[in-house]
Design a protein around this ligand. Structure first.
Ligand SMILES: Cc1cc2nc3c(=O)[nH]c(=O)nc-3n(C[C@H](O)[C@H](O)[C@H](O)COP(=O)(O)OP(=O)(O)OC[C@H]3O[C@@H](n4cnc5c(N)ncnc54)[C@H](O)[C@@H]3O)c2cc1C
Length: 226
């Protein structure tokens, strides 16, 4: 797959060797994480908010109430910046200074477009649902006309973006290597716990296939949840 073009915004200056504009890597990170943080500036005030998202092709879909302040500001063409981070480990060094984190992250710059056409909006909302548990949109009721009207869906293009990743051990100074302080990496993983059935489930309702699949170890690996 291709590389995204380098722009003044996406040139990684600090530790450039950790930066990348490889589209495959960028998509892989975007497809593994569950939440993003979206930043915008409103009347001179930077605001950053966490939200769910899904990547489909070269777009990140965001959704929320049609009264959502941030989405309405973005719908009017305000510049946005979205970021996604996967924490892979805590890097514990011999010196306080050299402590760090192993991670993979992506930063996307762009202006969002409103998805107004009903079938495109329904498809984006189904993709958002399937992002939580693949296949879930076929199990749960589709949005009604009024729910569709009450929801604003935006697409942020992944055309100006960068990835950055840190891997490996602590980078202690040579003079600290004789220290008795333990040093190393504490890998960090995320996993699902046992499902908690809703109190008002109809008696005998089996666990949804999408959830069962998500809990299978193979599926968790495929989802990148490790
Ligand atoms: C989990 C985590 C913890 C971190 N903790 C710290 C910390 O405590 N202190 C610290 O200084 N830094 C930390 N970083 C790194 C931080 O994200 C920045 O990369 C770093 O601070 C350099 O900032 P800068 O403004 O000099 O970036 P620059 O190199 O000037 O940024 C230029 C461009 O590079 C790209 N870029 C920069 N950082 C990232 C990134 N992380 N992911 C994708 N693209 C990027 C963006 O397109 C950005 O516009 C952390 C990163 C992660 C993911």
């Amino acid at each position: 797959m291709s590389e995204l073009p380098l722009t003044p915004l996406t040139r990684v200056r600090r530790h450039p060797e950790r930066g990348s504009h490889d589209l495959e890597l960028i998509y892989r990170i975007l497809d593994e994480a569950y939440l993003c943080h979206v930043a915008f500036v409103y009347e001179g005030q930077p605001i950053v908010l966490p939200m769910a998202y899904v990547r489909v092709d070269d777009r990140l879909y965001l959704h929320g109430s049609s009264k959502n302040h941030m989405l309405n500001v973005l719908a009017q063409g305000a510049p946005a910046c979205a970021e996604v981070t996967l924490l892979d480990g805590l890097v514990l060094a011999r010196s306080q200074f050299s402590h760090s984190m192993n991670y993979r992250s992506v930063v996307v710059f762009g202006r969002a477009q409103v998805i107004a056409e009903a079938s495109a909006k329904r498809a984006a909302l189904a993709a958002l649902c399937d992002r939580l548990a693949p296949g879930r949109s076929r199990e749960a009721r589709a949005p009604s006309e009024s729910e569709l009207k009450a929801t604003l869906v935006l697409a942020l293009p992944v055309h100006e973006a960068s990835a950055k990743q840190r891997r490996g051990p602590a980078l202690d100074d040579d003079e600290d290597l004789s220290s008795p302080c333990w040093a190393g990496v504490l890998p960090f993983t995320q996993s699902f716990a046992a499902p908690e059935p809703d109190a008002q489930l109809q008696p005998g309702t089996p666990l949804a296939t999408s959830v069962r699949r998500l809990l299978e170890p193979r599926s968790r690996g495929a989802q990148g949840l490790e």
